[in-house]
Unconditional design. Sequence first.
Length: 202
Amino acid sequence: MILLHTSPSSPFGRKVKLAASVLGLDALLLAEETNTQEPEEAFLRQNPLGKIPVLITEDGLALYDSRVILDYLDHRAGGGRIIPVDAGRFDVLRMQALADGLADAALLMVYEKRFRPEEMQYAPWLERQQMKVDRALAMLEAAPPQLTATLDAGAIALACALGYLDLRFDGAWRATHPRLIAWLDDFAARLPAFEQTKVAAS
């Protein structure tokens, strides 16, 4: 078994779970909920950054962040399945970076509101993060990525980012992005694990 330190609501932990499902490795994956606000010392020794997800291989190697973990899972499954080895590799990696950046910006807005009293929240910071989300969504709406026969790392990352916007921002993005809605519906229909890893807002 390989151990995954994560949280049910983490878009990046969800990304790892979906990648494992696509690659047929989900039976090997044991997810363990990890509280990064009060992390155990053993976890901090595995990842001194104190962030999730972290994957612990059978031989005790700690891998982070999610992009490194997906690369490892792809390699373990034979390579070239969710991260191409041909020229298409960089399109997939670029899409993954864009989707991860979208999720990062959304996560930073959540943290700003969750961990700072309202009177201490910095509006210009929140606006900058929102602008990142808006620009990314506009680019993706104009040209949603093509879904390949085997869902790639870029598509997996984007589905998780959009799922996080649904979870934490009540799906407000859906009002103005019909092509992305159709794209996500298609993705979810192809990968049952997307619905299975969905969590309710709290």
